[in-house]
Design a protein around this ligand. Structure first.
Ligand SMILES: COC(=O)[C@H](Cc1ccco1)c1ccncc1
Length: 130
């Protein structure tokens, strides 16, 4: 229905805005683009489901998120990948793990604060009706 398309359009506009605010933060720069296999040859042997913020922006534009819940699944993936690939005690691993946790918390905090729960449920209902 037309109104359903209007709802999904509003979701895409909101999710782009959330992603843009996250991507502005310098501390999240390592999550902005896919890890480069040239720089990190074993990354894709270890991490089976890579994810990054620019891939998420492309997924918004390809209409691959039908709710904020779907969007947060990929945020969780960015975080879990970073915790999995960088598990060591050394300062650089600890720093990227901390930033990965901060990224997740920022995404959840923005959505909890700024997403109307009825709007989210409407998006979920549209997805399940299709
Ligand atoms: C999401 O980014 C990562 O997981 C890479 C993996 C990586 C290891 C070496 C080069 O890159 C990373 C980048 C910067 N600092 C720590 C880890």
């Amino acid at each position: 229905r037309e109104s359903e398309e209007a709802t999904l359009r509003e979701l895409r506009i909101f999710l782009r805005e959330v992603l843009s605010r996250i991507a502005l933060e310098r501390k999240f720069r390592n999550f902005a683009k896919a890890v480069d296999p040239e720089e990190v040859p074993d990354y894709f042997a270890v991490i089976k489901n890579p994810m990054d913020l620019s891939t998420m922006m492309n997924k918004i534009n390809m209409h691959e998120y039908t709710s904020a819940k779907d969007f947060l699944v990929d945020i969780d993936l960015i975080t879990s990948n970073a915790l999995e690939y960088n598990p060591d005690q050394d300062p650089s691993d600890r720093q990227i793990r901390n930033y990965a946790c901060e990224l997740k918390d920022m995404a959840y905090a923005i959505i909890d604060a700024e997403m109307d729960s009825d709007f989210e449920q409407t998006c979920v209902d549209i997805a399940t009706s299709r």
